[in-house]
Each structure stands twice: as structure tokens, then as C-alpha cells.
Write a protein that binds this ligand. Structure first.
Ligand code: M6R
Length: 587
């Protein structure tokens, strides 16, 4: 069973249960199918865990007066096996004296399980992770201390892992990371450890970013780090001061709509921090012999957009879906520039692509939103989106900001000016209340449908791809995007009376795409046109402002709103769609 999850630990004088629950809530974007907390109470180890969200464990299992100064906790996203209370973390050893939480995959867990079973260990879950607590228990028989037993256990593991372990007789937490992130937060008399700084920002501004094989022992305000490969190491303490003022949902019911509405501010936020970097990227791209763009999901769609603009600027570039990158390995060499695009900076497929490219001698530039993320750290240079945390699983403001960054790079390469105010006012127009009210009409048509097709050409096809992803992931309606000219090569067979087709019309491809819309309508299709101008083929017309290269932004924003409203109408929580997680930290 592999997972990508959020973990958090606390050692200090305060109530660690409360602190880790605050942090876990902020880590739910990494997974939210089950949750658990392990803590010391007196001399005992207490484990509370269940299927559900952080509020479920608080309501059902943890009495508000419970207090502990040493705590580990976990929020989970399972990919194989059942989502059950038993499979939730923490996992204990046979005696219930050791508990661990784990993010990642233990690839050799079957071999370890066999080894441990022969020595009489009994397992309660179907997870790969449970072997860790039993392995520590096993090595405690021969090693001198809890730390030494943990070290020996961790060194047996293959795969990717960020692990925290505690034991009933210990006043510290022990941890390690390999290919899964782990950050320490420092404060006087208190120490925090979590999968990312987002969980820790309410508590501290001082962080240590751990490296692969860093083994940590964390006590009250004391952190010892040793690298299992290099021995004693010093890791710098970084001060990161992020304004948490806009951190909550504010007046909105969901993060998704809050983040959609924030798109009117993204231009200012990007320009505020990255002006110089845009020039650096432009020069580097213009002089590189080979340019590759790599990302996953919406970030891959941003790569398609970036590549489209670079092609327009006469620069050859290849967008590659991160999970397929290794198949292109032979094309990468020391003359290559690889631009990695990732909101979280923790997407496993993107990290793997970066590592492959680095081995081949390529230079890595990245566009990331999360400061301190693995992608940022492993790049030769980076541009920060700087648009604040995106909590909703659906990428909205970060997608728009990726597009704006590519637009700025393109303008810089072309030596053209960029009118940020004009773009901002167009975005504001698209976010207006009347637009949202109008969208209810589209929602009413689509809410009972099982399928929707989306077509566009050129930049509009990229919009169709991104729009389809938004509809699918939050409304669970099957949505599929095609280049307008492709429908007649097979998919037209699916069009029946009333089948909805969203048609993205742009100036350059107007005649051809409208003709494709007619082909659909002739077969009974229902046409929803996204266009600056009305056309008689449209059954519903979603008006957007006239646009040039910023077209994709104009076309996608209305569909973000549509997807959000569809999710609400169907009774789904758009922030936490089923089966998904914000940050996909497994391959
Ligand atoms: O953090 P990243 O940008 O690397 O994430 C990539 C994808 O997982 C992400 O864009 C995903 O497709 C979104 N949920 C789409 O809305």
C-alpha cells in the first residue's frame, strides 16, 4: 500500500495534540481519507485514528482536555488497499510501545514482513508502513537505544519515506527522510516537524529543511541531525516570513472559490517578486540549444501553453508529461534546459524528471509556488509564483499564474511590453457577480449530464484540456477535450441528442472551430460557446473579453467557476474531491 500523506510531530511544553491537529488540518491537501494521532500520556502510548477528516477525529476520538507534550500525527491518501481505521496511521509495534507515521512507499515491505513474521511479529493493517514500527521493536532487542534501533530499522528500508517515530519510554521523536519531504520548525522550548512549512507557519518562522538520509532526534527545542550516509552534518536555519493574513477561507464557503477570486491579484503578486528572474529565464531559454518543459496535470497544461508561446517566438521546445519523462531521457544532454513547472514543488513525477535530467547534465529551471519545496531546491534557478497558498485541490490561481509567467517570458523574448492593468481588468470582468449568476444557467443544463466534450484549436485546445480537467475533478462529470478537427476522426460517434459540447472560439481559428461546432450540432449536440462574439450555432453563449496570447486565461476562468458551481449543485465539496490529493507525492 503506497501513500502520499502529511505528517506532523511536536515535542515541547505546550499541548502537542492541539498543535499537531492545527498542522494536520493544513496538511489535508496532501490527503484526507483518514487521520491519526499518537501521543504519550503518562508512561503510556495512546493512538487514536479513524477514517475521515481532522474534524472527525476531534469530534469522535480525542477528548478536548487531552494533553500531551510529545505527539506524532498523520493525514493519509491511500492508493492501494482499503481506506479503513486499521490502515490509518500511526502504526504500533506488537507491544503498543512504539508508534510511527510514514509518508511514502516502502518498496521492500513484503521481504521485511516475512522476516518479521518469522520472528513472531503480528500485523494489524494491510499497509507497507506497519513494518517500520515492528522493525524498530525487533532491533531494540539488540541495539543499545531507541535511536540506534531506529537507525538500523531505517537503513533496511527501500523506497521513499519521511518517518516519525516515538516510544512510550522516550521524551523525543526520531525521524528520517528519503525522497519525501520533512521540515523542522524551531522555537524556544518547542520543536515541530512536518511534511511542509505550511503546517508549521502558525507556530514559527524558523525552519530547517532536511536532506535525504538526514536522521533527526527531536527534543524540546533541541534538534540533532546526522546524515546516515555522510555522518555529522550542519543544516542551515532559514527564516521564512509569510503573511498568513489571507490564509483562511475568509468570507468564502470554499477555498476553491476564494482562490478563483484571487486571480485578479496574481499579476501584482508575480511582478512584486520576480521581475529580474523573468529576464534571466528569457535569456537562458533564448540561448539554450534544447528546451524541455515538464509538469503534471494543470501544470503540464501550463507547459503546453509555454511551449505554444515559445514556438510562436521561434524557439523549439518540447512539453513532456512528467510521468513520461524517462522515455525521452535520450534527448536530454548538457545542452538542454529543462523547465519544471509545479505548484507544490513536491510532485513525485516532476522530481523524478528533474533528477533524470540532472544526471544527463541538463540545467534545471523551475516555476514553483511553494517556497522551499524539493523542486525549488533541486533547480539551478527558479521563479516563485508568489500567489500564496492554494488549498483547494483544483489548481486555479496557480494555473493562471503559471500562464502569466510564461506570457511575461514570451513578451520579454519578443521585446514586447506587457500591459498588466489591461489583463487585470479583463480578469476582474470575468470574476464579476453577474457572470457567476449567468453561469447557473449552464450548471442547470450540465448537472444531470454524464459526459461533456470540449473542443478548441491552437491555444483554445489547451484551454479545452485544462477546462475538462477542472470539470472532471470537482463535479465528477466525464469531460473530454479534443482539437476541433479531431472529433470527426471517431468521437463524433458519441454525440447524441442533447450531448453538451463546450466550444472555445478564438479569432485565429474562428471559421474552422465554428464549423466543427456545426458538425456536432447537426448530430443533436448542445453547443455552449465561449467566445467574445455571439454565433448562431451557440445554444448558450459565455461571453469573454477579446484576447491575444492571454486567451487561455480568459477561456479557463469561466470554466473554473462553472466547475465550482457544478460541484456545489451536485452536493460535492470542491475543495476535497473524492480520490484526490493536492500534492501527488507518489509515482
Ligand atoms: O503541484 P503540481 O503543480 O506539481 O501538481 C500537479 C498536478 O497534480 C495538479 O496540477 C493537478 O492536476 C490539479 N489538481 C489539477 O487541478
Amino acid at each position: 500500500m503506497s501513500k502520499m500523506c502529511g505528517i506532523m510531530g511536536y515535542v515541547g511544553n505546550g499541548n502537542g495534540i492541539h498543535a499537531t491537529l492545527v498542522g494536520l488540518k493544513r496538511l489535508e491537501y496532501r490527503g484526507y481519507d483518514s487521520v491519526g494521532v499518537g501521543y504519550k500520556k503518562g508512561g503510556d502510548l495512546v493512538i487514536k485514528k479513524c477514517v475521515g477528516r481532522v474534524e472527525d477525529i476531534c469530534r469522535r476520538l480525542i477528548p478536548s482536555e487531552d494533553h500531551s507534550t510529545i505527539v506524532i500525527s498523520h493525514t493519509r491518501w491511500g492508493t492501494h488497499g482499503k481506506i479503513t481505521d486499521e490502515n490509518a496511521h500511526p502504526h504500533a509495534d506488537c507491544q503498543g510501545k512504539i508508534a510511527i507515521v510514514h509518508n511514502g512507499i516502502i518498496e521492500n515491505f513484503q521481504d521485511i514482513k516475512e522476516f518479521l513474521s518469522k520472528r513472531g511479529h503480528q500485523f494489524k493493517s494491510e499497509t507497507d508502513s506497519e513494518v517500520i514500527s515492528h522493525l524498530i521493536e525487533e532491533y531494540l532487542k539488540t541495539e543499545n537505544s531507541f535511536e540506534e534501533a531506529c537507525k538500523k530499522a531505517f537503513s533496511m528500508l527501500k523506497g521513499s519515506f519521511a518517518i516519525l517515530a516515538l516510544a512510550s519510554g522516550e521524551d523525543k521523536i526520531v525521524g528520517i527522510r528519503k525522497d519525501s519531504p520533512l521540515v523542522v520548525g524551531i522555537k524556544e522550548n518547542e520543536s515541530f516537524i512536518a511534511s511542509d512549512i505550511y503546517a508549521l507557519l502558525p507556530f514559527t518562522k524558523e525552519f530547517i529543511f532536511l536532506q535525504n538520509y538526514d536522521f533527526i532526534t527531536v527534543g524540546k527545542g533541541v534538534v540533532k541531525i546526522e546524515n546516515l550516509k555522510e555522518g555529522k552534518v550542519e543544516r542551515p536555519v532559514e527564516v521564512i516570513d509569510i503573511n498568513l493574513e489571507y490564509d483562511g477561507k475568509e468570507k468564502y464557503h470554499h477555498f476553491m472559490i476564494k482562490e478563483i477570486m484571487e486571480q485578479s491579484e496574481v499579476i501584482d503578486r508575480i511582478l512584486e517578486k520576480n521581475n529580474g528572474k523573468i529576464e534571466v529565464f528569457s535569456k537562458e531559454i533564448s540561448s539554450a540549444k534544447k528546451v524541455f518543459l515538464v509538469g503534471a496535470g494543470s501544470s503540464y497544461h501550463a507547459c503546453l501553453y509555454g511551449s505554444y508561446l515559445l514556438t510562436k517566438a521561434g524557439i523549439d521546445s518540447k512539453p513532456i508529461v512528467a510521468s513520461e519523462f524517462k522515455h525521452f531521457e535520450k534527448l536530454i544532454d548538457k545542452d538542454s534546459l529543462v523547465i519544471a513547472v509545479s505548484q507544490s514543488g513536491e510532485t513525485a513525477d516532476v522530481i523524478e524528471a528533474i533528477r533524470i535530467a540532472k544526471k544527463r547534465g541538463a540545467k534545471i529551471f523551475s516555476i514553483v509556488n511553494v517556497y522551499g519545496s524539493t523542486v525549488m531546491r533541486e533547480s539551478n534557478d527558479y521563479i516563485l509564483m508568489n500567489v500564496g497558498f492554494e488549498v483547494g485541490v483544483a489548481a486555479t490561481k496557480t494555473f493562471t499564474s503559471q500562464l502569466i509567467i510564461f506570457l511575461l517570458i514570451y513578451k520579454s523574448i519578443m521585446g514586447e511590453g506587457f500591459d498588466g492593468r489591461e489583463l487585470q481588468s479583463k480578469i476582474l470582468d470575468l470574476l464579476g457577480r453577474s457572470r457567476r449568476e449567468f453561469m447557473e444557467k449552464v450548471v442547470d443544463y450540465l448537472k444531470e449530464k454524464d459526459h461533456v466534450f470540449l473542443i478548441g484549436r491552437g491555444l483554445s485546445f489547451i484551454s479545452a484540456e485544462e477546462a475538462a480537467l477542472k470539470i472532471k475533478e470537482v463535479s465528477y462529470i466525464h469531460a473530454e477535450a479534443f482539437p476541433g478537427g479531431e472529433l470527426k476522426h471517431g468521437t463524433l460517434a458519441l454525440i447524441e441528442n442533447g450531448t453538451p459540447c463546450i466550444v472555445f472560439v478564438d479569432r485565429e481559428n474562428k471559421d474552422e472551430i465554428l464549423s466543427n461546432a456545426h458538425e456536432v450540432k447537426t448530430r443533436g449536440g448542445f453547443i455552449i460557446g465561449i467566445s467574445p462574439e455571439r454565433d448562431e450555432v451557440f445554444d448558450i453563449w459565455i461571453k469573454i473579453p477579446e484576447a491575444n496570447e492571454e486567451l487561455t486565461i480568459m477561456q479557463v476562468i469561466p470554466i473554473q467557476i462553472l466547475a465550482y458551481l457544478l460541484a456545489l449543485k451536485k452536493g460535492y465539496n470542491p475543495d476535497y474531491p473524492r480520490n484526490l490529493a493536492k500534492s501527488v507525492t507518489v509515482k
